[in-house]
Design a protein around this ligand. Sequence first.
Ligand code: PFF
Length: 455
Amino acid sequence: MKQESHVKREGFSSSIGVIAAVLGSAVGLGNIWKFPYVTGANGGAAFILVYLLCLALVGLPVMLSEHLIGRNTKSNAVGAFKKIEPRRPWFLVGGAGVLSAFLIMAFYTCVAGWVYAYIFKSASGVLLTNKPQETTQVFNSLVSGVGEPLFWQVVVLLLTGAIIMAGVTKGIERVTKVLMPLLFILLIVIDVRSLSLPGAAAGLSFLFKPDFSKITVSAVLAALGLAFFKLSVGMGAMITYGSYVDKSENLPKMAVKVALSDTLVSLMAGIAIFPAVFAFGFKPDAGPKLLFIIIPTVFNSMPLGRIFMVLFFILTAIAATGAMLSLLEVPIAYLTEQYQWSRRNATLLTILGIGLIGSTATLSNSILSKVLIFGKTFFDFYDFATSNVLLPLGGIFIALFVGWQWGYANVKREMTNEGQLANEGLFQVYRVLVRYLVPIAVAIVLLAGLNVIHF
Ligand code: PFF
């Protein structure tokens, strides 16, 4: 086999392992928590269509670009740009990615903490009710506390840190390979139950019958941001993971597989949630708490609901953990490779930093709720600044880098595995996307969504 001898660098061990890890990064709270609530807040089906368009035309080419850069350089997000173009400051794109990883982790660990807490709450039975007020009450009392949500956030950080420190690939590859299919099966079970609730049809039409009057400029920016966040692109996580991928992998094929499976999981989460939203008289635009107040009602109305609910939150916690590993790996690969830190020290410093910033996100539902940055709480600010600003910006520069800086022949060589893959046509389409469509379209949506330009 074309096995290279990487002296120090670990790599994924098999094609299945690569898919599991990359999909493990993509699938996470983004599918189960964020996709439903952002879709709910932006009017449903029409938003989903815009989202799918962003995913195919922007998210996918950026993901492929990152994999190409990573695999070619076998470097972390900063080092990769330095290797290809040492004389120009492209490495700043990787630097911004490291920053994004911190900011995403700040609110991601907060929500993951809620999920961990919900494993125990569902086991205890307090969530088994079909009264919206009661599930809302349980959620509010969790997030508006101080000690409890902080405790869970720390648990999340320590656990994720421990897995990372142990060396990612063996543990996470093995775990995700088994548990991802399990999450999938459980989602099917919940979907069936949710769909058979009386009044479920309204939820389905919300999900699948587009009403284009709901599409505003800020909804388009939200869809674009969600596409970046979902696929873990625009910040170097996929450069980092790409750097662990073997030369023989078919990268375009892999990116398509990952994007399709990821989308399927999101849609299934939508089908789990929206029929219940309408059946139980909730509003679809409840925001970040949507998952936490709706899902219990579905389980409550199903036999063995308590057991299934515990299982559901365990699997969600695992999906979130897989995604967090890739987020953590960005600063850790950077610190260990650029500054020769030990993996242990890099991990400890990183989780400490995330813990400090992350506590402001967690407390923004309680004692820091009055502190606003650009009119947003810390939690909302980190979320908005990353998904809707930093990731799209990163995406623009990554596309520009591959499209205009790296060189036609170099990109082609990497994408065709040194000419072994016959994907010339695909390469030409990809090239047009990264040279023109991605940078121009993302720039327009970004500027319009941020109100810098008006239509
Ligand atoms: N894709 C993850 C999700 O949808 O939950 C979130 C994420 C992971 C974003 C890793 C960025 C990243 F680097």
